[in-house]
Design a protein around this ligand. Structure first.
Ligand SMILES: *Cc1c(COP(=O)(O)O)cnc(C)c1O
Length: 473
């Protein structure tokens, strides 16, 4: 039988507040916590408990609150599974599995402002019906003065589908054989265009297509419905190298004009104007200046906006798309319009642009700072040079020089399951944490997540002794 414990001897000084900190096993077995552990799994619960205990040891949390805090955090993880935020530590800027472009602060605020009743189709000055998305149209026309009109739809695929449906259903569309791309997830451009009722007429070969190929196809096209448009697609997720040749937009536009047909250019990545850092990436302004009738693109790749598809170009052609019944089925919601408008008006570079342009030296300093934070908690890790990527079907093969923290491969799983969740890159037996796409304000959270994932492991060096300083590049 256990009675009350004998009173402790009087302490000579103030008692160490850390003495009341419970052991990690005691926390995980506590009745308020144990059900959460069963739901999230012991590994993940352990990481959370250790992070909370560390806070308590540092005096940031009263020991008596540890159990409650762990229960609350685990409860948050098991709350109805919605979309969870992830720190993108892969170095891949436009990461399709992470929702492509992250929105900037202004666009995020615009989403909140538009969430309730909003002046989506109301002119507050007159009280009359207003133009839906008028501010987005205006912003796009300012950004791309070569366009006579613009239309915003659900995504890039919807923009292409609408263009093909409105301009070429029941007729033929000329396209280079080298541009019949699979966009991702088994989704193929020829199938998409085919579903519009247009028939693709392939010209040229996989690696080489010449202007004469298009001209021959036009001359030999059967009488009847015939060719309705020329299509040029930028294969954004791969690159054919070696003995290759493609027809530039300017030449193709001449062929199209001579035949009295529209040229539709799918640039994919959504750059509105040329970017010297990505010389091979097509942009809307150049394509229209070179004579394209319509440009279609995604808004959530290099433009850095929400998921949407842009159609820019000749006012008559855009008008034909806008008036087609299918356009109503591809209409974007008010949240998309709000976020897209704010992205276009924001003078600061979009998060994808900032991440893309982050310099190697700046990234090296952030990795070093992370390394020191870990070292202060007894974890050693190595800083290694690491190339980021544009990703998301843009600028294939263009490296973005930077740095990463090299950790043991086994930490990738716990990092994904941590709080915050961190997606790192597993490469050649190591788990690489690249800060390029992590907002600098989140570096402390990133360090905390690594510490929690390492769960008290004293050495998180991935192979070899920790480097004394960063290796020279
Ligand atoms: C990404 C891409 C698409 C599809 O755009 P979504 O916005 O994903 O629908 C179409 N064409 C090209 C060339 C692309 O790169």
């Amino acid at each position: 039988m256990s009675g009350d414990p004998p009173p402790p001897p009087p302490a000579p000084a103030a008692p160490d507040p850390r003495r009341g900190i419970p052991p990690v096993d005691g926390v995980l077995r506590h009745p308020a916590v144990v059900d959460h552990v069963a739901l999230v799994g012991r590994q993940r619960a352990l990481g959370v408990a250790q992070a909370v205990l560390r806070q308590a040891r540092e005096g940031a949390l009263p020991p008596d609150d540890v159990v409650e805090e762990v229960a609350a955090r685990l409860g948050g993880l098991t709350a109805p599974a919605g979309t969870r935020p992830v720190l993108n530590a892969t170095g891949v800027v436009v990461h399709t599995n992470l929702g492509r472009a992250p929105l900037g602060a202004a666009a995020t605020q615009a989403l909140v402002d538009a969430a309730g009743y909003a002046d989506v189709e109301l002119d507050l000055a007159t009280g009359r019906r207003g133009r839906r998305g008028g501010d987005v149209v205006d912003a796009l026309l300012r950004a791309v003065p070569e366009a006579g009109d613009v239309l915003v739809v659900n995504n890039g695929a919807a923009a292409l589908l609408l263009a093909m449906t409105a301009l070429a259903a029941g007729r033929e569309v000329l396209v280079s054989r080298g541009e019949l791309v699979e966009i991702g997830d088994g989704f193929r451009l020829p199938d998409l265009v085919g579903s519009s009722g247009a028939r693709l007429l392939e010209v040229g070969t996989t690696n080489r297509t010449h202007r004469a190929d298009y001209e021959r196809a036009l001359a030999g096209s059967p009488a009847g419905p015939g060719v309705a448009a020329l299509l040029k697609v930028h294969p954004g997720n791969y690159r054919v190298t070696g003995f290759t040749s493609a027809v530039p937009v300017a030449d193709l536009a001449q062929v199209a004009r001579a035949a009295g047909l529209p040229l539709v250019v799918d640039t994919g990545s959504g750059l509105l104007e040329p970017d010297p850092a990505l010389p091979d990436e097509p942009d809307a302004r150049s394509a229209l200046r070179d004579g394209a009738g319509l440009v279609v693109a995604s808004a959530d790749k290099l433009l850095g906006g929400p998921q949407a598809g842009l159609v820019l170009g000749d006012a008559d052609l855009v008008g034909r798309l806008r008036r087609h019944p299918v356009a109503r089925a591809l209409r974007v919601d008010k949240l998309t319009l709000a976020a897209l408008g704010a992205t276009l008006r924001d003078p600061r570079p979009a998060p994808v642009t900032a991440a893309r342009r982050a310099g190697a030296e700046e990234l090296r300093e952030r990795v070093e700072a992370l390394r020191w934070t870990l070292a202060r908690h007894g974890l050693t890790a190595e800083a290694v040079p690491h190339d980021g990527r544009v990703g998301g079907g843009g600028a294939p093969g263009v490296p973005l020089p930077g740095w990463a923290l090299a950790l043991p491969e086994g930490l990738a799983g716990p990092l994904r399951l941590g709080d915050p969740a961190v997606l790192a890159r597993v490469h050649e037996g190591r788990c690489l944490v690249d800060p390029r796409c992590v907002p600098p304000a989140q570096d402390a959270a990133l360090a905390g997540a690594v510490l929690a994932a390492a769960g008290g492991v004293g050495d998180v060096t991935a192979g070899g002794p920790p480097a004394g300083g960063p290796p020279a590049r």
